[in-house]
Design a protein around this ligand. Sequence first.
Ligand SMILES: C[S@@+](CC[C@H](N)C(=O)[O-])C[C@H]1O[C@@H](n2cnc3c(N)ncnc32)[C@H](O)[C@@H]1O
Length: 211
Amino acid sequence: MPETSPRHPSFGRSFARVGPRMDARGAADHRRRLVAAAHGAVVEIGAGYGATFPFYPAAVSGVLALEPDPTLRELARAAAARAPVPVTVEDGVAESLPAADSSVDVVVSSLVLCSVADQAVALAEVVRVLRPGGLLLFYEHVRSAHRILGAAEDLVTPLWSRLAGGCHPNRNTADSIAAAGLTVQGLERFGFSALPGNPRLAHLLGVASKA
Ligand SMILES: C[S@@+](CC[C@H](N)C(=O)[O-])C[C@H]1O[C@@H](n2cnc3c(N)ncnc32)[C@H](O)[C@@H]1O
């Protein structure tokens, strides 16, 4: 059974404080670009405090936003009330999506596939709920392609994961998405320092589709 209670109870409160600072440094613009192609029935995994909600375009008929952390979920509910499209916020994890097979047009993941407990299970769920032709829109930080930086990320991952809500800075998420059976159609890779003094981590903005 996938976990539904937060594995990192203090993370939500910390992220609620630092997230808006990340937004101001450029993450908000990344999220705006992330959801520009969203349409129809959308599931957003790990919605946090709802930082993507203001950017959903009118082509979206509704968003089911899942957030396992109670602090972030309450903030997301407040953000949903101000969203330009209908957004429902529920408790839930990516490893067990509350949606029928082939029922969803778009799944959105913004800085979440680094943190899910089991990336392969979460991506199998994404594939299950997407209709044929449906899209996974993803904004994720990933393992550096630089040999030494990647090795350093491998080294810090066990400690960082405990301090930062289960985040793994060394995941090859684009490879995992392809391994799950999705076709990566568009992929932009760029460095982004989320907070002052933080290293520029490799980030992806991408679109993958289900055959
Ligand atoms: C770095 S935050 C990103 C939040 C938000 N998507 C954003 O872009 O601001 C990571 C989020 O993933 C959530 N999360 C962690 N494990 C999860 C899981 N197994 N399923 C769904 N969400 C999860 C956390 O509660 C948190 O909201």
